[in-house]
Design a protein around this ligand. Structure first.
Ligand code: SF4
Ligand code: SF4
Length: 394
């Protein structure tokens, strides 16, 4: 099996004819292209996930198709363990690994501002610097405001350590920037995977289907409901369950912050709130999810077959999961110690970790959920359109 020459695509197509301008494929994209040509002839994995039905609608794979399919892949590993052309076969097909490499390129290439795209490639360093910067910022701020981090008289008085408006400004700014950067990035990705000649208008049914696939993590069920592969060809639903605990835990914590903001501005009630109040109960429920989910994902990640996915991206995966775990652990520590003299330091550490998460949100693993949701929406739109290959054969 020969690789299509990625350099030759800008060559003249004939004497006197204009140059055919097809974007040059990178090495990682050319590898996906090679493997998808084999898969398109084999089609054994058609029922596993959305990638294979989407693939069969194409005979050639342009850059846009490869970026789309790479983000549609959930890295479940099913097609690697089922593949008769995986290594040691000479075809060496490993779809999850090839897709993972291209996925990282798409996060980086479509990032906004473009210069920050490089942060994806040094994500371990980025996480460490953001963590250190977040912690240093809040510890210093606490020292500047109060002169010490351990004033017992400040127990239970969050805003004596950090004034509410200062926190609102800092976290509002960081979160607003993260949303903007991710929004612009995913919009650039959407334009990149939707060439001008194709239509991609979301109907209500397509949006509903894509939302269902995102919220249920449909394609982590292996296509047969028994789950994906992790360390072997044995199926497990635990990856899906831990993802759900992480995602819904995060959303509950987000809801807790939203409700607390309403309490503050609408009811004039200042934090900290009683344990049996809505913001704290939401935070506790979310925090439990954000402890069990990330801890489980970390354990599964360490046990994972290294052939699945791209091992070079594991620091990014682990850094992101560890940050989520730290948010919930420091949140619980603050809840337990908020009426003690250690409150100021517990608050500074928790806020520092949360700030590190916000700062790295648009340039780390968080992006995979956003890009994959966009790819699922494209899939739901595309499957409702006539298959051009079938139309051509009629
Ligand atoms: S991954 Fe392997 S078994 Fe599955 S469709 Fe591709 S070539 Fe066939
Ligand atoms: S790894 Fe899973 S999600 Fe990705 S292409 Fe293979 S079967 Fe589909």
């Amino acid at each position: 099996m020969q690789l299509r020459d990625p350099i030759a695509v800008d060559a003249p197509v004939g004497q006197g004819e204009p140059y055919e301008l097809i974007p040059v494929l990178s090495v990682a994209e050319a590898e996906v292209d090679r493997q998808l040509h084999i898969c398109n002839a084999c089609r054994y994995c058609e029922g596993f996930c959305a990638v294979f039905p989407a693939m069969t609608r194409r005979l050639e794979f342009a850059k846009a198709d490869i970026h789309y399919l790479a983000n549609l892949c959930h890295n479940c590993g099913a097609c690697l363990h089922a593949c008769q052309y995986a290594a040691p076969h000479e075809f060496a097909v490993n779809v999850p690994q090839a897709m993972a490499k291209v996925r990282l390129d798409t996060y980086s290439d479509y990032a906004w501002p473009a210069a920050f795209g490089a942060l994806y490639r040094r994500n371990g360093l980025t996480m460490a610097l953001a963590g250190a910067a977040g912690l240093a910022l809040f510890l210093l701020l606490a020292l500047l405001v109060n002169g010490t981090l351990l004033p017992g008289r400040l127990a239970s008085d969050f805003y004596a350590v950090f004034p509410h408006n200062t926190l609102a400004l800092m976290f509002g700014g960081a979160f607003g920037f993260a949303v903007l950067a991710l929004g612009v990035g995913v919009r650039r990705f959407w334009k990149g995977i939707t060439p001008a000649e194709t239509e991609a208008v979301a109907t209500g049914a397509a949006t509903l289907e894509a939302s269902g696939a995102v919220l249920r993590l449909k394609y982590l069920d292996g296509g047969h409901g028994q789950g994906c592969n992790n360390e072997s060809d044995r199926f497990t639903l635990w990856r899906r369950r831990y993802h759900h605990l992480t995602f819904y835990g995060f959303m509950l914590c987000f809801a807790a912050t939203g409700v607390a903001t309403l309490y503050h501005y609408l009811l004039g009630a200042e934090a900290p709130y009683p344990v049996f109040s809505l913001p704290v109960l939401l935070g506790i429920a979310g925090g439990i999810g954000l402890v069990i989910g990330p801890a489980g994902l970390l354990v599964l990640g360490y046990r994972r077959d290294p052939a699945q996915g791209d091992v070079a991206q594991r620091p990014m995966d682990r850094g992101f999961i560890a940050l989520l775990l730290l948010i919930s652990l420091t949140g619980f520590a603050l809840l337990i110690g908020r009426d003690t003299g250690a409150m100021a330091i517990l608050l500074a550490v928790h806020l520092g970790v949360v700030m590190a998460f916000f700062l790295t949100m648009p340039y780390g693993k968080f992006a995979h959920g956003i890009f994959r949701s966009a790819a699922l929406l494209k899939y739901a739109i595309e499957k409702r359109q006539p298959d051009r290959l079938k139309l051509g054969s009629e």
